[in-house]
Every structure is written in structure tokens, then in C-alpha cells.
Design a protein around this ligand. Structure first.
Ligand code: PMP
Ligand code: GLN
Length: 372
């Protein structure tokens, strides 16, 4: 396994003094109330091990959020587990179900932590392509690809890196492709609250027949502008959560206590924070896209996430990996080459830009990009 592209590009951006629109993290602060709460808990001595599955108030607050958001009741005791970021939850969910020889279907471009976790569990990935320009899943193709050895599908909506988002047809497609086969689903929903233009997030927890076989993973890093805290969670039916916890107890065991308490309070006291997130990020997407209106990039505005793909085919034929590096060095704007998310990159020319940035940062970056 190599070094992740996020480490490579963020390091290069820092070395070159470039505006860093590569790795996905905000350059603005977390909500003051959240910081206040976490500081209070640290000062009050909440600094020893919390329970392995997460503190009860946070699990309960997550279950309440799921109920409010997706109209589904989950049991905070047996179906919600707090993890050290979504990355850990994805790893544990994959290791809970994958054994040597199992096959896992993933969709390219595919978030870079899935395949290494599958490989470490002894499984192999079967890569199916999402089709540009809207990057939807061809569910007939999925149905054809499923074999006796297929044990798991890993899906992600809203989708990193493309900004695609599922609609009801994807739910039907997933249902039809799996049928009554003995297949699990890991649903990476870390951008559940970053979805635009009035779309409804199609969480798998909404659908009992799909949820019964699913691990639904999310992250407070995205939702609360605190990617460095690494607090996430997995919602899964009790038997799957029990398996998940068997792995989790030996990966991280648990997640920092004061962060869990602070986040629990914040969820209860300020639910408007995540409710307002779609509008907050939609304004940033719109600003970024509008500022690039006169540029030579072609784009389809993201439907969700805080990433925007830019098609640079009208500017150059260079490989995206070379170009991302060159523009970081020469023009001081860093991005992520999308080919990195493919097992076999197709002939596409996209770079991914993160717009979770102050408007002034976006304006500065857009000005440079518009001159290319
Ligand atoms: N899945 C996707 C699709 C992501 O984009 C990210 C991080 N940006 C993660 C998982 C990992 O989240 P975390 O930082 O909470 O581990
Ligand atoms: N998920 C973030 C991104 O896509 C990066 C996470 C990481 O650096 N591991 O940019």
C-alpha cells in the first residue's frame, strides 16, 4: 500500500505555499458552542476511558438524529457504535464480514480507504465504473457482476470524489441487484448533511429491508467542521453491530471521552447546525462555480459533498496526477487527481477541488484557476 494522495498533496501544498483545495477539510473554525462544551468536559475531568461502544448520551443523540432525519427508530444501546472517525468504522465494518476469498463490489472512482481494508481482511475488490458525466451506478451491471463469492457492496452517497448523489432509483436498483442473496452493504454516508438543491439524502436506514443487511457509517468530522477530531459512528442492526464491536474493541477500543460528551451536548442543543449545513455548503458550491464561470474548466455542479470536479480537457492533455502536482508548484493551487480513485483510470480529465473554505480562499483560488 502506498501513501494516500491526501498526505502527498497536502504536504506538497504546504511545501509550496499553495492554496490547499486538495485534502477535504475546512479552513474555517468549528461552532463556538461545540468548542466550549468540549473544553468544559476536559476541564471537568472527563478524561478517562469511555465505554467501548461510545458514551450513552452520544449514542442516544445519534439515535434521535436518525429518527428525526430518516424517520427510523434505532436502538442506541445495540445498534449505534461511536468510532474514531468514519475511516475506523469502515475498516471495522469491512473486517466484520470479509474473510479470505470473499469478493467486494466497489465503484470507481472509489474512496481510497475501502480497498486496503478489504485486502487486509483477505478479500478482493471487484471494481465497477461509475459513468461520467453524472457518475451514476449501472445497477444491471451490478446484478451481472454479483457471484457466489460476492459478500459485500460498498456504496457512498453523496459521493466523494464526484459529488454525485443517489435518488430513489438507486434504492430500487440496489434492492433489485441484491435480491434475497446473502450480501451485506457498507453505506458510507459521511456527507449525509451536505446535499444540495433540495435533494433528500437516501440513507439506507430509511429502508428496513436494506438496513437489515447494512452498516451505515457517518462522521462528525464533516458535519461539525472538525475533521481532526476523528469522531464517527456506525449504525447497524444489532447482530451486525455486535460483530462490528468485536473488531472495534481491538482496533481503537474507543474514542476520546471529552469529544464524545461535547458532541452529544451539541447535537441536543444545536440541531440547527446540521440542519443548516446543506444551505451553508450550497452557497459555497455556488460561489466557487460562479467564480469559475469565465474559466476554461467545464463543470457540473456537485449534488452533494464539499468537492467539485473540474474537467480540464479544454486546457491541456496532461495526466491529472502530473497536472495536480505542476499546478500546485507553478500556480499555487492544490487539488486531487481523480484517476487515483480508479483501479483502471479511464480517459477522463478531472481534478477534484474542495470548497469547504472561507469565501476569500475560494475567490483567491478561483482567480488563479480562471487564468489557466
Ligand atoms: N469516507 C469518505 C467518502 C470520506 O470522504 C472520508 C473523509 N473525507 C471518510 C470516509 C473518512 O472520514 P473520517 O475523517 O471521519 O475518518
Ligand atoms: N476524506 C478526505 C478527502 O477526501 C481526506 C481524508 C484523509 O486525509 N484521510 O479529502
Amino acid at each position: 500500500m502506498g501513501t494516500t494522495i491526501f498526505t502527498i498533496m497536502s504536504r506538497l501544498a504546504a511545501d509550496e505555499g499553495a492554496i490547499n483545495l486538495s485534502q477535504g477539510y475546512p479552513d474555517f473554525g468549528a461552532p463556538p458552542k461545540l468548542l466550549e462544551r468540549v473544553n468544559q468536559y476536559i476541564a471537568a475531568g472527563y478524561n478517562q476511558y469511555p465505554p467501548m461502544s461510545g458514551i450513552e448520551p452520544l449514542r442516544a443523540a445519534i439515535a434521535d438524529k436518525v429518527a428525526a432525519q430518516y424517520d427510523t427508530k434505532v436502538d442506541s444501546e445495540t445498534e449505534v457504535t461511536v468510532s474514531s472517525g468514519a475511516t475506523e468504522a469502515l475498516f471495522c465494518a469491512i473486517h466484520a464480514v470479509i474473510r479470505a476469498g470473499d469478493e467486494v463490489i466497489v465503484f470507481d472512482p472509489c474512496y481510497d480507504s475501502y480497498e486496503p481494508a478489504v485486502t487486509l481482511a483477505g478479500g478482493t475488490c471487484q471494481h465497477l465504473p461509475l459513468s461520467a458525466p453524472d457518475f451514476h451506478i449501472d445497477w444491471d451491471r451490478v446484478a451481472d457482476a454479483i457471484s457466489e463469492r460476492t459478500r459485500l457492496l460498498i456504496v457512498n452517497s453523496p459521493h466523494n470524489p464526484t459529488g454525485a448523489a443517489w435518488d430513489k432509483r438507486d434504492i430500487e436498483g440496489l434492492r433489485a441487484a441484491i435480491g434475497d442473496r446473502d450480501i451485506f452493504v457498507v453505506s458510507d454516508e459521511v456527507y449525509e448533511h451536505i446535499i444540495f438543491d433540495g435533494r433528500r439524502h437516501e440513507s439506507l436506514v430509511r429502508y428496513p429491508d436494506l438496513f437489515e443487511r447494512s452498516f451505515v457509517v457517518s462522521s462528525f468530522g464533516k458535519t461539525n467542521h472538525t475533521t481532526g477530531w476523528k469522531v464517527g459512528y456506525c449504525v447497524a442492526p444489532a447482530p451486525l453491530s455486535a460483530e462490528f464491536r468485536r473488531i472495534h474493541q481491538f482496533v481503537n477500543f474507543t474514542t476520546p471521552t471529552p469529544l464524545q460528551h461535547g458532541i452529544a451536548d451539541f447535537l441536543v442543543e444545536c440541531p440547527e447546525h446540521h440542519e443548516e449545513l446543506p444551505a451553508f455548503y450550497q452557497a459555497k458550491r455556488d460561489l466557487f462555480c460562479e467564480l469559475l464561470g469565465e474559466s476554461r474548466f467545464r463543470l457540473q455542479p456537485s449534488k452533494g459533498t464539499f468537492f467539485q470536479l473540474l474537467d480540464y480537457g479544454a486546457i491541456t492533455n496532461e495526466r491529472d496526477a502530473d497536472l495536480a502536482r505542476r499546478w500546485t508548484v507553478e500556480h499555487k493551487v492544490a487539488s486531487i487527481p481523480v484517476s487515483i480513485f480508479y483501479a483502471e483510470p479511464p480517459e477522463q480529465r478531472y481534478l477534484r477541488f474542495c470548497f469547504a473554505k472561507d469565501d476569500s480562499t475560494l475567490a483567491q483560488a478561483a482567480q488563479i484557476l480562471s487564468g489557466l
